[in-house]
Design a protein around this ligand. Structure first.
Ligand code: G6P
Length: 608
């Protein structure tokens, strides 16, 4: 959701900004723009649409040449996607780019209108430019920013340039990500590290309401009172290749292929002497033994990973686990408190509802554990305990490798909790951990078998509606498979617990409607098969995902995708997930959609 970039240094600023915006495309956007100082005059180019539109506009309007500027990709919240609503926004002597939501913008707009400011856009962001101008009476940029942020309610990351200072970029943030890149005599800002990774790996994280001022020679940080702050420079672990397609046609396909390796990394980082060990982060056996209840709170795919975790933890450790959608949890006055463990799961670590749920859980006295892919994110830093999922940068909007690594982390937690509570012994703990060690190969086997997924995709390409059914772990997988498919193919899809479909929804089953039946769990296989037959007898086109050799009655299945794996049932979601991701991916491509950039979606959802 919205990407911010900024640059000051010797390079061609427009190129750096456009390159950075391209790297942030994955966040989702519907318009873009840049503002660059050209001979002391700010030149702004912005447009509705994708970066290709921007490139065209830069050609027709002329590319600003300069060394200092800011840029933005906008994901519309207040006001439709249009040239006028696109950032940067200028008013008076100030030009800004903004990510986040200014919740009190109506009051601020009224105040500023009374003071004579005229607004041209429908955005909440334009009030920030006006307010900065209003407080710029003494021509002191730092003072103007300090006074402005005091009045802003909501979340913001801001890149700011002042007409009178063509050699400075200012930035500040609160509850929205903003990272400063430190080069040799050049500085960057970006919503995420890939925005400037090509130029430098050194970065600084700005705290809430901290302000950075960068000019070509120097960089300074201030707190909200204007006092200087010392900041620590960190070095990104990611390299440029990880944030590039490396010969794959899409990031999504590349990320699906990376899964065996990143699942292996997760195992390597959490397994010691053949068993999962989280004592270093404070998740000790003593704590796990006494925990009363567990909540897994997340959004989207991360929440579906939580469902797999729930089945595993409850089955092995016999602790009650509730999985909640973060946007509901935070407003449901949840019955959570001391003795409970709240696990928040997030790829980006910035999702607004997940973050608010984390804060609420802490305030209510629960212990919190974050399972997060972006180490430097707010959620990772805010939780009592933090497990890093080493999936590397996930660029495609639809989450794939982050999901499988989240599941892997949750399995390891389930094993350890079960051991701590005595529901499994050490031998079983070692056996399960070793079993999980087979997951990378099982995922690889599915990826090597991608032709079969491609064939299934060819059978789905013209579908208007389809269903996924499954029970237990297969139900959790159905939910994620269905989400993946609808996200990137725009085919209407619903996932049902296989036994629930007959309670109403079966009326939608008609001739040739595809029903993807996930049937990998032997305990409930017979039940799932009878549910599959119920829909088959009403004309459904059945695609079954099952273990090799699963016996179905003749003619009950139209296509089967068979998994060859030594993994036990509980762990089979890992290769199954890869199969469902590949089916969604190929269906998307066959439908002529760019799976990396599905319409209306944002990768990192920093608004409620
Ligand atoms: C967005 C993304 C989803 C993701 C969800 C949660 O909706 O499009 O792919 O699952 O946010 O994101 P998080 O970063 O918290 O995992």
């Amino acid at each position: 959701m919205c990407g911010i970039v900024g640059y000051i240094g010797a390079r061609d600023c427009t190129e750096v900004l456009m390159d950075g915006l391209e790297k942030l495309e994955y966040r989702g956007y519907d318009s873009a723009g840049i503002a660059v100082f050209e001979n002391d005059i700010i030149k702004t180019v912005k447009t509705r649409g994708k970066l290709e539109e921007m490139q065209k506009k830069l050609q027709t309007e002329g590319k600003p040449t300069g060394h200092c500027g800011i840029g933005h990709t906008r994901w519309a919240t207040h006001g439709e996607p249009s040239d006028i609503n696109s950032h940067p926004h200028s008013n008076g002597r100030v030009t800004i780019v903004h990510n986040g939501i200014i919740e009190n913008y109506i009051q601020l707009k009224e105040f500023l209108t009374e003071k004579g400011y005229v607004f041209t856009s429908q955005t909440d962001s334009e009030v920030v430019a006006c307010l900065l101008d209003y407080y710029y009476a003494e021509r002191d940029p730092l003072r103007a920013i300090i006074e402005t942020v005091k009045e802003l309610e909501g979340s913001y990351a801001l890149g700011i340039i002042f007409r009178d200072f063509p050699d400075r970029v200012y930035a500040t943030r609160k509850e929205s990500p903003l990272i400063v890149g430190i080069g040799q005599g050049e500085y960057f800002i970006g919503s995420d590290i890939p925005a400037f990774l090509k130029y430098t790996k050194n970065y600084v994280l700005l705290g809430d309401d901290e302000i950075v001022c960068m000019n070509g020679q120097d960089i300074s940080y201030f707190d909200v009172h204007g006092l200087p702050v010392e900041k620590e420079v960190s070095v990104a672990e990611w390299d440029v290749e990880q944030a590039q397609k490396c010969g794959y046609p899409h990031y999504m396909l590349k990320e699906i292929h990376e899964q065996p390796e990143v699942v292996r990394k997760m195992l390597n980082s959490a397994v010691k002497d053949g068993v999962p060990d989280f004592s270093e982060i404070g998740l000790t056996d003593d704590f796990m033994r006494d925990v009363k209840r567990i909540f897994v709170v997340a959004c989207g795919t991360a929440m579906y990973a939580g469902m797999v975790g729930r089945y595993a933890i409850e089955r092995l450790a016999r602790v009650p686990v509730t999985v909640e959608v973060a946007s509901e949890f935070r407003y449901m006055n949840p019955i959570v408190g001391e003795g409970d463990l709240v696990i928040v799961v997030s790829q980006s670590g910035e999702t607004a509802d997940t973050k608010a749920s984390l804060e609420l859980s802490k305030a209510l006295g629960a212990k919190t554990l974050a399972i997060v892919n972006v180490k430097y994110s707010a959620i990772a830093r805010g939780a009592d305990m933090f497990i890093h999922t080493p999936a590397g940068p996930e660029i495609a909007v639809a989450s794939t490798k982050a999901y499988t690594v989240q599941i892997t982390a949750l399995y390891l937690i389930a094993f350890r909790i079960a051991f701590a509570r005595g529901t499994i012994d050490e031998e079983e703990l070692k056996r399960l951990t070793a079993q999980l060690g087979n997951a990378p190969k099982a995922i690889k086997d599915i990826i090597n078998n991608k032709d079969e997924c491609q064939f299934i995709a060819s059978q789905l390409v013209n579908a208007e509606n389809l269903f996924f059914i499954g029970r237990g772990f297969d139900y959790a997988l159905s939910l994620e498979g269905s989400l993946k498919l609808k996200e990137i193919t725009y085919i209407h899809s619903e996932a049902y617990a296989a036994g629930e479909l007959k309670h109403g929804t079966i009326s939608l089953i008609e001739d040739k409607i595809p029903v993807i039946t996930v049937a990998t769990q032997s305990e409930v296989l017979a039940k799932t098969i009878s549910n599959m037959e119920e829909v088959k007898s009403r004309g459904a086109f059945i695609i079954a995902i099952c273990r090799r050799g699963t016996v179905f009655s003749p003619e009950s299945v139209d296509i089967r995708l068979e998994l060859d794996t030594v993994l036990e049932d509980m762990l089979i979601p890992l290769p199954t997930a890869a199969a469902l991701q590949l089916i969604a991916y190929y269906t998307s491509v066959l439908r002529g959609i760019d799976p990396d950039k599905p319409r209306n979606l944002a990768k990192s959802v920093t608004t409620e």
